[in-house]
Design a protein around this ligand. Structure first.
Ligand SMILES: Cc1ncc(COP(=O)(O)O)c(C=O)c1O
Length: 378
């Protein structure tokens, strides 16, 4: 039985929401493309790639099947080879490590910092003669302190590739996630801030040579004449998905504003709870502009809180099913990363999406405050 008398339920994510709110426009875009028979590598994809590049400030954007392929293709395009090591943060999706693995290199997981992003000290400690790349994950819609990461890369002669799957539009010192290193990948998985109706992704790069390699790697290793010039993948962003993304990109800043407003509400209501650590509030640090892909808190008695919220109709999620990548021992990882292992026991994502009303957010806060009130603490 609910202890807060209320019929409200707040799911963690509402998958039909985007389609239902944009249904008429989406259907007319799909109809137009269907009638043109323009499904693969057509003008709509080219337009989206141009608009995405211009939005992020990258020289080039290339649509691909998903961000996992995007990261793999980016590394291959930049010349990462078997024997190379790629340092990445263990608090990320297994996709980051898989992309490194399938590019032929060895993924080397390192610690998470208190901001839930890659720990610069962890990077320094993991650099070896085989290290070729640092790949920070710009997690939860926040971009890492890229001055620090680029300085470490420069000191050791390493390249930087960003996993920006969760970070389209997020900025550090005014520059967009995904534009700092050699290349990066963004995900358009439906639950992403910019999501499509299925799988989708894009690679960003400022490097003309890498761009040319990416174009061919995503399309069976063919060059612009259709000649096969290398081994390649089939990983192209569908033209329909590109058109739907392009349409949504036009209003993207409003989406970000709303997510930041929700983060403000959470901050206002929850900041006095000693049992919680909240993400940095929007505008709390002028160097960071966060888009709040997720709102990931740290909580005392996390498991009990999650159960309690479930009973109140509030959906929550432990990112990656509650395990950091190096804890997937069947993948061969041997590292022990104690700070992340401590964090992972405390982290919980509470609802953060465009279907939330202010009342929903207030309700989630009421429930959390109620849980930590004297009645439930004993
Ligand atoms: C941090 C991170 N990296 C990579 C990916 C993989 O993205 P995709 O599902 O588009 O392959 C995701 C997707 O959720 C992610 O969150």
């Amino acid at each position: 039985m609910k202890s807060i008398e209320n019929d409200r339920t707040v799911p963690f994510f509402n998958y039909p929401h985007v389609f239902i709110s944009e249904e008429d426009d989406f259907l007319s875009i799909m109809k137009d493309i269907g009638h043109r028979g323009a499904f693969i590598m057509q003008k709509d994809l080219v337009d989206f790639e141009k608009n995405l590049a211009s939005y992020t400030g990258a020289n080039y954007a290339v649509g691909v099947g998903n961000a996992t392929d995007g990261l793999q293709i980016a590394l291959m395009a930049g010349g990462v080879e078997p024997g190379d090591e790629v340092i990445f943060c263990c608090h990320t999706m297994v996709a980051t490590a898989a992309a490194i693995h399938f590019a032929g290199a060895s993924p080397v997981p390192v610690e998470t910092g208190p901001d839930h992003l890659i720990d610069p000290d962890g990077i320094e400690a993991a650099v070896s003669p085989r290290t070729k790349v640092i790949m920070p994950t710009q997690l939860n819609g926040r971009t890492a302190d890229m001055d620090e990461i680029m300085a470490i890369a420069e000191k050791h002669g390493l390249d930087v590739y960003e996993d920006a799957a969760q970070a389209l539009g997020s900025r550090f010192k005014g520059n967009c996630a995904g534009t700092f290193g050699k290349a990066s990948a963004i995900s358009f998985y439906p639950a992403k801030v910019l999501g499509c109706l299925g799988d989708g992704g894009a690679i960003l790069t400022n490097d003309e040579r890498i761009y040319q390699n990416i174009l061919s790697l995503r399309d069976h290793g063919r060059d612009e004449t259709g000649e096969v010039v290398r081994w390649g993948l089939n990983s192209r962003l569908d033209n329909i998905q590109a058109a739907l993304l392009d349409y949504q990109l036009r209003n993207y800043s409003k989406v970000i504003d709303r997510r930041r407003a929700i983060a403000h509400l959470y901050q206002e209501r929850l900041c006095d709870l000693e049992e919680l650590v909240l993400p940095p509030a929007p505008d709390s640090d002028p160097n960071h502009f966060d888009v709040f892909q997720n709102y990931e808190i740290e909580a005392e008695r996390r498991d009990e809180l999650q159960e309690y919220l479930k009973g109140q109709g509030v959906g929550t999620l432990r990112q990656w099913g509650g395990k950091a990548v190096h804890q997937f021992k069947k993948l061969g990882f041997t590292q022990s990363l104690p700070f992340t292992e401590h964090l992972i026991e405390r982290m919980l994502m509470i609802p953060m999406n465009m279907s939330l009303s202010d009342e929903d957010v207030e309700y989630v806060c009421d429930c959390i405050i109620d849980f930590y009130s004297a009645d439930y603490a004993d």
